[in-house]
Design a protein around this ligand. Sequence first.
Ligand SMILES: [Zn+2]
Length: 342
Amino acid sequence: MKLLLPTSTAGSLPKPSWLAEPEKIWSPWALEGEQLLEAKRDALRVSLQEQQHAGIDIVSDGEQTRQHFVTTFIEHLDGVDFEKRETVKIRNRYDASVPSVVAAVSRPKSVFVDDAKFLRQQTDQPIKWALPGPMTMIDTLYDGHYKSREKLAWEFAKILNQEAKELEAAGVDIIQFDEPAFNVFFDDVNDWGIATLERAIEGLKCETAVHICYGYGIKANTDWKKTLGSEWREYEKAFPKLQQSKIDIISLECQNSRVPMDLIELIRGKKVMVGAIDVATNTIETAEEVADTLRKALQFVDADKLYPATNCGMAPLSRQVARGKLAALSAGAQIVRQELTA
Ligand SMILES: [Zn+2]
C-alpha cells in the first residue's frame, strides 16, 4: 500500500432498516428467500458507497450479508446442530444460548466467496474481508463432540484456511480474523491460539490481519470494561508472541480506551490498525480527536505501518452516526498525513 495512513473499518457497518432491524446485533432479517438475497447485495453496494463517500481507503462489505460475525460462518458448516442449543458463557462475560458441535466439523462449500467476488466486481480499491478466528469460534459454541477446546480450534483453523484461500483467489487483498477471545483466554492464546491462527493463514500470499478488541458497544461489554481497572493491559499478554507470528497486521482498540498506548511497542515491526473511532458511543469524534490518537500511536508504530481504523464493528450504531464516524476517521487521517509529508 503506497498511500500513507490508509483508512479502513474493523468490519461491520449498520444495516439498512429494510434489510434487518437496526441498531442491534443478531438482528432478524426483514425479508426472506430471493428478496433477501437481492436485498443483501443491494445493502452491500450501499455500504460500499458510504465508505467510498467518506473517503475510506481499504473497503469492505460492511458485513451486510451476515447476521453475526461468528454464527453466520458456523451456520454453513457440517457437524454443528443449530437446533440443539446449550447455554454457555461467552468470553467469560455473558450467558448465551449457542449451537452444539455434534460430529466432526467440515465446510461442505464456501461461505462468503460469492459475496467477496461481488464486492470485487464493484470496486478497484483494496478490499478487506473478515472471518472469525478459531478461538472466538469455539467460544461461541457448545462442544459435545471433540470435548477439547484446542482440538476444535485446530479443526476450525483448517476450515478457515480453505475459506481464506478461496477469498484470496476471489481478489481479497487483506483477510482479517476477528479474535476478541484473545483478550480473555491468555494462557490458551499463547499455548495454541496464535498457532491455530497461523494454521488458518498457511500458504496465503495476500495480507493477513488479526482484530483484537474489547467488543461491540453493547451493555455486557461496557459493564465488563468497568471491571478492568484504570489501565487495560490485556494486549500485553498476547503481543510478544504475536510479534513473532506470521500475521502481517494487528487491529486494535485505542480510541477512548484505557489501553496504554506504549503497549504497541511490543509489536514493533508489524503493521497496526489503530482504532481511532470509539464504537461504544454515539458521539462522533472530531477530526482533531482522531488525529490526536494517531499522533500518539505514531510514537510506537512507524508511519508506513500505521493504518487508521475503528475500534470494532459499527453494526449496532445508527447509520447516521456511523457515516459521521467514517468521515471523521478519514478527515483525522488526512490531518496527520499532511503533517507527515509537510
Ligand atoms: Zn471488535
